[in-house]
Design a protein around this ligand. Structure first.
Ligand code: NAP
Ligand code: F7E
Length: 325
């Protein structure tokens, strides 16, 4: 077996998962390249702490040629395609753009892999949003898909094109069907982070209310730092296979709010206001993973439970809000 240092290229490195994956791969002694578009936020908040250890290459999922250049420059053994327009709510406002980036973006990376070096392994960030109006519970690798948003539809295209490139061209191309995973690096537009950040503002008397949409939706929430290990394990397999990654536990948005507010010594009922503008044209009501396959086959299971996740996010936002003062 060769001991050559492996190289990874991460698209979406400035986002939540990309930054945790970069931390994880650096600890495994990978050379890490990150694809960054010109318009990326220049403070690079999530990856500031590792800027001296990773290399950035310029590129955009909308621009096939830029992906070919980036792959030629990085010469990766593994590509993790994490870049996307990832906010479900926004996907109704920008359906075509979401299709271009989140859907067709994946085939652009796959085509670039095929052209530059078909031996490069490819990981696709598939999503539990593909299950949408769920056909069975809990959801497994064989549960039929029924996406309920332009985002979910775009992810389904990316998922199936990954399967097709594996079966048509023999690429090592895999999809991780990941259920919601959160962290202090989560964007403020997603519900868990919106809750922990606003609760911290309320606790420190800098906000008076938290406006939310549907409190009854249930999600299988895990910690992003745990989930990137599953992505890597999938890429170390002999044969490319897809896996469902989740905790197997589900909670409503209301339960998450209650958990966080209680932890901070607040009564959520005094602060939460329902804002109809935050309701979605179609909702995914209930998601719950059956992740027994990944546990059995790859030995992966989450280390952080729901309560610990809510608390670690609340603690981080209490510190962040105090620091902003
Ligand atoms: P995120 O924080 O929103 O990060 C998205 C990343 O994509 C950012 O780095 C962004 O870069 C990049 N990006 C957006 N448009 C791009 C384009 N046109 N070209 C190149 N890069 C572009 O998302 P995340 O939560 O880390 O999720 C990572 C991936 O997993 C996404 O594909 C998401 O859809 C998928 N996923 C997420 C979850 C979850 O619960 N977090 C679950 C299942 C699947 P900029 O800095 O330039 O904006
Ligand atoms: O919404 C409800 C909302 O935006 C969760 C992405 O990472 O995970 C994420 O998608 C639930 C929904 O995440 C607000 O209606 C109520 O039912 O945090 P979210 P998401 O839509 O589940 C999947 C797996 C991905 O792949 C995506 O990339 O919370 N909700 N009130 C709200 N949601 C938001 N954002 N804001 C609210 O005020």
């Amino acid at each position: 077996m060769s001991n050559k240092r492996k190289t990874a290229l991460i698209t979406g490195i400035t986002g939540q998962d990309g930054s945790y994956l970069a931390d994880f791969l650096l600890a495994k002694n990978y050379a890490v390249y990150g694809l960054e578009r010109r318009s990326s936020q220049k403070d690079r908040q999530n990856i500031q702490h590792i800027m001296g250890k990773i290399k950035m290459v310029s590129g955009d999922l909308l621009d096939e040629a830029s992906l070919v250049h980036a792959i030629r420059e990085a010469k990766p053994d593994e590509i993790y395609n994490l870049a996307a327009q990832s906010f479900v709510g926004e996907s109704w406002k920008q359906p075509v753009y979401t299709g271009e980036v989140t859907g067709l973006g994946a085939v652009r990376v796959l085509e670039a892999v095929r052209q530059v070096d078909p031996k490069i392994k490819f990981y696709q960030a598939s999503s539990s949003e593909m299950f949408g109006a769920v056909r069975e519970t809990p959801q497994t690798e064989t549960t039929p898909f029924y996406p309920r948003s332009p985002y979910g539809v775009a992810k389904l295209y990316a998922h199936w094109i990954t399967v097709n490139y594996r079966e048509s061209y023999g690429l090592f191309a895999v999809s991780g069907i990941l259920f919601n995973h959160e962290s202090p690096r989560r964007g403020l537009e997603f519900v868990t982070r919106k809750i922990t950040y606003t609760a911290a503002l309320i606790k420190q008397r800098r906000a008076k209310e938290l406006r939310l949409g549907n409190l009854d939706a249930s999600r299988d929430w895990g910690f992003a730092g745990d989930y990137v290990e599953a992505m890597w394990l999938m890429m170390q397999e002999k044969k490319p296979r897809d896996f469902v990654i989740g905790t197997g536990e589900t909670h409503t948005v209301r339960e998450f709010v209650e958990e966080v507010f209680l932890y901070l010594g607040l009564d959520y009922k005094k602060y939460v206001k329902i804002d109809k503008k935050l309701l979605r044209p179609a909702e995914v009501n209930y998601l719950k993973a059956d992740a027994s396959h990944v546990q059995r086959e790859l030995g992966w299971k989450p280390k952080t439970d729901y309560k610990a996740l809510a608390r670690l996010m609340a603690d981080a936002d209490m510190a962040a809000v105090a620091h902003e003062r």
